[in-house]
Design a protein around this ligand. Structure first.
Ligand SMILES: O=P(O)(O)OC[C@H]1O[C@H](O[C@H]2O[C@H](CO)[C@@H](O)[C@H](O)[C@H]2O)[C@H](O)[C@@H](O)[C@@H]1O
Length: 265
């Protein structure tokens, strides 16, 4: 579909068409399906969203996966009913395949324990700052303590000196220390799913808001799929846009109702 054929959002990108039966749909979680909360544990998962995702997965023949920076454990806690759906966690470091097989993240280096302890110490002097440990990843959050941003960034830069194979990955009010080099990202997660049934041969569609979603946008663009940015972050490789998580939820809900000329029950 050409941009000129559809209404443009305020951000200058077109709204995506309604999900079609031949899509392989990849959904980011925080800031995309869910509104941001001050603390990662405070997000609210609307009951109708769980129901809509399960229904949409059925309508797409199972070709729907959650692709998140969170751990699979955290995803499963939030989306209990979706436990059996394919998913990628920790930005692609861990995966649950369509047949249930699991890919586990690499073991954390011993040095990460010391970095974690120091980070928690630092967070104590910035009330509201949160240190989230996810296997080999360490997320330094400042949403509830914006003044801690520079201190956490400086800490991350210093920590990389004792974590030689690591890199710092930016997110929304968060900086994450994670294995670097050629380790998986959301783009390779999408490629991995697309290589197997029921995703193979379908049109890939990735919906996400964050910097880490750019890897997946590039892969989807290369396959002539739909890359859908949530929000107005700029620049982005995405070619379509939905304004916020409420609009994403509405878009999904309408698809399950067959409200547009897309996937029908
Ligand atoms: O890839 P995503 O599914 O978007 O996950 C990215 C990160 O999401 C979480 O942090 C973000 O959401 C929190 C809850 O709204 C918010 O408090 C925080 O400021 C955001 O950065 C999660 O905690 C991270 O582990 C994910 O990497």
């Amino acid at each position: 579909m050409e941009s000129r054929d559809v209404p443009l959002t305020e951000g200058g990108l077109p709204l995506p068409p309604s999900p079609a039966p031949d899509w392989a749909l990849f959904l980011d979680v925080d800031g995309c399906l869910l509104d941001f909360a001050q603390h990662p544990s405070q997000v609210v998962v609307p009951v109708h969203l769980q129901r809509d995702i399960v229904r949409l997965s059925d309508l797409l023949g199972g070709a729907l996966a959650l692709v998140s920076g969170r751990s699979l454990e955290s995803i499963d806690e939030m989306f209990g009913e979706l436990r059996a759906l394919p998913a990628a966690g920790m930005h692609g470091l861990e995966r649950r395949e369509p047949d249930g097989r699991r890919t586990f993240p690499p073991i954390a280096p011993q040095a990460l324990d010391g970095v974690y302890a120091e980070a928690r110490q630092l967070a104590m002097s910035h009330p509201g700052a949160i240190i989230e440990r996810k296997g080999p990843n360490l997320a330094l959050h400042w949403r509830a303590a914006p003044e801690a941003r520079d201190a956490l960034r400086a800490f991350a830069a210093a920590a990389l000196r004792v974590l030689p194979d690591y890199r710092a990955q930016g997110g929304d009010m968060v900086l994450e220390l994670r294995p670097g080099g050629s380790s998986p990202d959301k783009g390779t997660a999408v490629e991995g799913f697309m290589a197997q049934a029921p995703f193979r041969g379908r049109t890939p569609v990735f919906v996400g808001d964050d910097l880490t979603d750019e890897h997946a946008f590039s892969i989807v663009n290369a396959c002539e799929g739909f890359s859908v940015l949530v929000g107005d972050r700029h620049p982005s490789a995405a070619r379509w846009r939905l304004p916020n998580p409420a609009a994403v939820r509405d878009w999904l809900a309408r698809a399950t109702l067959g409200a547009h000329d897309g996937v029908h029950a």
